[in-house]
Design a protein around this ligand. Structure first.
Ligand SMILES: [Zn+2]
Ligand SMILES: [Zn+2]
Length: 138
């Protein structure tokens, strides 16, 4: 697997300390974080970092295909370092986003009529198993 440094260099992105830390965080905590959550983590290590810098770097990563952004919630973007096609589940209780393994008949039978599809996003909404087990204990 490519290292973070190699990923940045391969995409002609200057591997600054902040960019490396940002990608390391997304790689370590695969929680589909939004900008605020990413900021709250990075500020612990980089007190000078701003949300604008984080947002701009994420935007560049998305454009280069290093990171994918999810619009599973209408009011924010979530970021995922796993850019392979996979589906997501939003828990309506805790608002966390999880990867789900699902086979989709609609995409298997897809007729693109000559169009090129580069991304497939599948969003599921429900209650995660952790929230369900909490409810059962009450
Ligand atoms: Zn939950
Ligand atoms: Zn994901």
């Amino acid at each position: 697997m490519e290292t973070i440094l190699e990923k940045l260099q391969a995409n002609n992105i200057q591997p600054s300390f902040q960019r490396i830390k940002l990608l390391e965080l997304l790689d370590k905590k695969r929680e589909h974080m939004n900008v605020n959550e990413i900021y709250d983590e990075l500020i612990k290590e980089i007190p000078t970092i701003s949300k604008t810098t984080i947002y701009n770097n994420l935007k560049a990563f998305v454009e280069k295909g290093i990171v994918q952004c999810l619009t599973i919630t209408p009011y924010e973007m979530r970021y995922d370092i796993d850019t392979t096609p996979h589906y997501h589940l939003l828990c309506k209780k805790c608002n966390k986003v999880f990867d789900v393994n699902a086979k989709c008949k609609n995409t298997e039978a897809l007729n693109t009529e000559g169009h090129v599809i580069e991304e497939i996003h599948g969003y599921f909404k429900g209650i995660c198993k952790w929230c369900l087990s909490k409810e059962r204990q009450i």
